[in-house]
Ligand binder design. Structure first.
Ligand code: SF4
Length: 388
């Protein structure tokens, strides 16, 4: 296969029974649908619960009331058109609003809706902001999927960034290694451009998005290998998703496959309470339990990832759950003074998000929250006075 064929209407998918197409089309009218023939061929259509099917094929449960379109309030992070700046050293450039397919649980599905104007197709205002902000050493190209841009446009953006001395790491958030690996393997110009621009001064990182081990096809592995050969560093991040990977065996297989390819897991995300995501969500305690069980089946190199919530206030890690407490810690905080801050919450097995949690012992946050060193701090050793 060289070029994939995109499919933008569920009615064009013969394997979906005729009687279901109309109701799924209604879901797709609300939350955009897009897939391609390569990815659709990974689905076992005999299995209604097939995990690849759950990733891209609409389901009626999406229409159930749940969450918000912009669950982490990204709207608050724009500093220039198409440019978000939340953490001191990292800026985001939203460069397009299309992906190789659309994940049904996408946290940015609002971008695929007609009336959204967050993406700026001219990257210049964002580049200008980055140029004049010396604290920014990392730039994440995101969207949508930046690898849907033409190689010429992507090259222009990356080469502009490379002219900015303080920008060292350029990250590309992409699911194309899973959705359409041919985009990478069949574009020598793209690979050469990565090779030129991923240097000892600063590397290019591809932040992959594999959700399930069945996405790790021969073609996907060939694409990962090609990126590796081009000097690109790679990690993987995925939300934990009901019906897809919220199972210790499945997750362990995914983690192992990735780490054997030299693609370490970076974040496991608590699925954001985004509108339409109800069928995919699992509570925080379940996420933590599944991940910890999976971790017993993988090597130490694969155990470096964190379970985190991309909350409006920062990346909130969940390092531990006890019989009584959910321990959280700001891995990255929007407000710098919160960096590394530990927060203890009363265990609640029904809670899906930070905002659902109640502080442990009914203390006000200021009574029990405190800073621990960013490196080497031991949560278990440091106890607030009133909990001794
Ligand atoms: S690849 Fe990322 S941005 Fe694109 S649909 Fe999936 S979750 Fe959303």
């Amino acid at each position: 296969m060289s070029r994939v064929r995109y499919v933008k209407s569920v009615s064009k998918i013969d394997q979906i029974p005729e009687e279901h197409r109309a109701s799924l089309a209604k879901v797709a009218a609300r939350y955009a649908f897009r897939a391609n023939d390569y990815y659709l061929n990974l689905i076992n259509w005999d299995d209604p619960e097939d995990p690849i099917r759950q990733i891209v094929i609409p389901q009626e449960g999406e229409m159930e009331p749940w969450g918000a379109l912009d669950a982490s309030n990204e709207a608050d992070n724009y500093v220039a058109p198409g440019c978000q700046h939340k953490y001191t050293d990292t800026a985001l450039l939203l460069v397009n609003e299309v992906c190789g397919a659309y994940c049904r649980f996408c946290f940015r599905k609002r971008l695929f809706m007609n009336d959204n104007e967050e993406v700026e197709f001219d990257p210049q205002p964002g580049l200008e902001y980055i140029r004049k902000t010396p604290s920014i050493s990392n730039v994440l190209l995101t969207g949508g999927d930046p690898l849907l841009l033409s190689t010429r446009r992507l090259t222009t953006i990356i080469e502009e960034l490379r002219k900015i001395e303080h920008v060292r790491i350029i990250r590309i958030g992409s699911k194309m290694t899973a959705f359409n690996p041919f985009r990478i393997t069949e574009d020598e110009e793209l690979l050469n451009m990565f090779d030129r621009n991923s240097t000892k001064h600063g590397r290019i990182y591809v932040m992959n998005h594999f959700n399930h081990p069945r996405e790790m096809t021969v073609e996907a592995k060939t694409a990962l290998d090609a990126l590796n050969q081009a000097g690109v560093m790679m990690v993987n991040q995925t939300p934990l998703l009901r019906g897809i990977n919220a199972d210790p065996e499945v997750l362990a297989e995914l983690i192992n496959e990735l780490s054997w390819m030299g693609v370490p897991p970076y974040y496991f995300f608590q699925c954001r309470p985004t509108e339409g995501n109800k069928p995919y969500e699992i509570p925080i305690v379940e996420s933590w339990t599944v991940l910890n069980q999976a971790m017993t089946k993988v090597s130490g190199l694969a155990r470096r990832a964190r379970l985190a919530m991309s909350h409006e206030s920062g990346k909130v890690e969940v390092p531990a759950v006890t019989d009584d407490i959910i321990v959280t810690r700001y891995h990255r905080a929007k407000k710098a003074s919160n960096d590394g801050r530990v927060m203890l919450f009363r265990r609640n097995d029904e809670a899906y998000w930070l905002d659902d949690l109640v502080p442990f012992e009914n203390q006000k946050p200021s009574d029990y929250q405190y800073r621990v060193p960013l490196a080497g701090g031991s949560v278990g050793r440091i106890r607030p006075e009133h909990n001794k």
